[in-house]
Design a protein around this ligand. Structure first.
Ligand code: AMP
Ligand code: MG
Length: 422
């Protein structure tokens, strides 16, 4: 792996886009797969294509409640009278063939009877006993769902690399398939570094703080469906760190640490990482989250994230998450959602770095807007908790005025990203 040297100066800090590319370029998915029951495939990544063994739907069927008719019986310019000879309900087909001048009462989802080639919706039909009167202008093929129109037998219903969400579970079920082959889970080891850190339940020594990064990372990783190896808090001591890195790299596909990668801070962590593996230290042209380490120790991919709690989360979502999806076998990677909205705030910023502000979407006006989610210090987790999006200010931006257009990345969509390119 070749990465820009760790001795970057402020002027040659690595651009966010370049860092993303350097990270993603060198990754290939974990090997190993398992066959799981349908529901256990939620958030898992398909290791094989799912081929449709049958047409969905199996038969031409009705998209409406109404009457199945022969289009050739319908007169183009005037009302048509037909005789109702039977009915077809979902699961209860009409057994005979439709003759000239005949119609069958049909419900949504019922198989189209032989001979019929259109459905007339009941709202426009007048019925008198067994006779119906259909207005002029109805056409062949109307209100029909064709056999195989959703999925054709033999076709790839879902390609390998697709991450399964609720829609995929339903789609697989619609094919009558109860098990799928998915990639094995990604094993991710993580620990926090810092002599000042205490775990929940421990007394706080003077100057100590509770470790929060392990918990934000644990939540973010669990949502991705990773197997978690929480290695706790490791003090800023070379021997302890070396042991933690060795254990993590020996058992996991990915090692994520937080803290200790800033310039001049606990320098021996950098030395240690570099000695144990092939690791580059980057100064990224971003805020928050300037320092970051990336590389490998043994077969494991290493991410050394900055310690400030907001910086940890920003780096995770901007650089680590897609790398994990890629290692999980998700292909193609879904593009991150990015929307232009109106800024409801003003600020100045230096050129040359991307800033990821924490924002709150405004849903009151006619035009979507965004405001800042409270104080923006990189240690203030509250800004992440109160935010529902990142506001991404590009390198060349030097100020934002209220009313300007800015780009946001929403934290949540209605439906999770599953790996489908739109
Ligand atoms: P560092 O990157 O180690 O220089 O840490 C930067 C800042 O983040 C310091 O104020 C640390 O106390 C804080 N910090 C580091 N790790 C954590 C953690 N796991 N939880 C909360 N704060 C942390
Ligand atoms: Mg530290």
């Amino acid at each position: 792996m070749s990465h820009p040297s760790p001795s970057n100066t402020a002027q040659d800090a690595l651009k966010a886009a370049d860092a993303r590319r350097l990270i993603l370029d060198g990754l290939s998915p974990v090997t190993g797969s398992e066959r799981v029951e349908l529901h256990a495939a939620l958030e898992r990544v398909l290791a094989q294509d799912v081929i449709a063994p049958l047409d969905v739907p199996m038969h031409d069927n009705s998209a409406m409640d109404g009457y199945a008719v022969r289009a050739e019986d319908l007169s183009a310019g005037s009302e048509t009278m037909l005789t109702v000879v039977g009915s077809a309900l979902a699961g209860h087909p009409f057994a005979a063939c439709l003759g000239a001048g005949e119609a069958v009462r049909i419900m949504t989802g019922a198989v189209i009877p032989d001979g019929a080639d259109a459905v007339v919706m009941q709202e426009i039909v007048r019925r008198e006993d067994d006779r119906i009167f259909i207005p002029a202008g109805q056409q062949k093929g109307r209100n029909l769902r064709r056999a195989g129109e959703d999925l054709a037998a033999g076709s790839v219903a879902l390609a390998a690399g697709r991450r399964c969400g609720p829609a995929e579970l339903g789609l697989i079920a619609s094919l009558g398939i109860g098990e799928v082959v998915v990639r094995r889970r990604l094993r991710v080891a993580f620990f926090s570094t810092g002599d000042e850190l205490a775990s929940i339940g421990q007394p706080l020594a003077p100057g100590a703080i509770y470790d929060s990064n392990r918990h934000t990372l644990s939540g973010a990783l669990a949502r991705l469906g990773c197997e978690l190896l929480d290695l706790g808090i490791v003090p800023d001591r070379p021997a302890a760190l070396e042991a933690a890195f060795a254990k993590a790299a020996g058992t996991a596909d990915v090692v994520i640490t937080s803290g200790g990668v800033s310039v001049g801070d606990a320098d021996f962590i950098r030395e240690l990482m570099a000695r144990m593996g092939e690791v580059s230290f980057w100064k990224l042209a971003i805020k928050p989250g300037r320092p970051m380490a990336f590389g490998r120790i043994g077969d494991a991919v290493l991410f050394g994230l900055p310690g400030n709690p907001v910086a940890t989360m920003v780096s995770f979502y901007q650089f680590v998450q897609d790398a994990l999806l890629s290692l999980m076998g998700v292909t193609p990677l879904p593009p991150a959602a990015r929307f232009a909205v109106r800024a409801d705030f003003a600020l100045r910023k230096p050129a040359g770095r991307v800033e990821y502000l924490r924002g709150r979407l405004l849903r009151d006006g006619t035009e979507p807007g965004v405001t800042l989610a409270g104080a923006q210090g990189s240690g203030m987790l509250r800004s992440m908790s109160e935010a529902d999006c990142f506001i991404v200010l590009p390198e060349d931006c030097t100020s934002v005025q209220a009313g300007d257009t800015v780009f946001i990345q929403p934290f949540h969509g209605l439906v999770w990203r599953t790996g489908k390119r739109t």
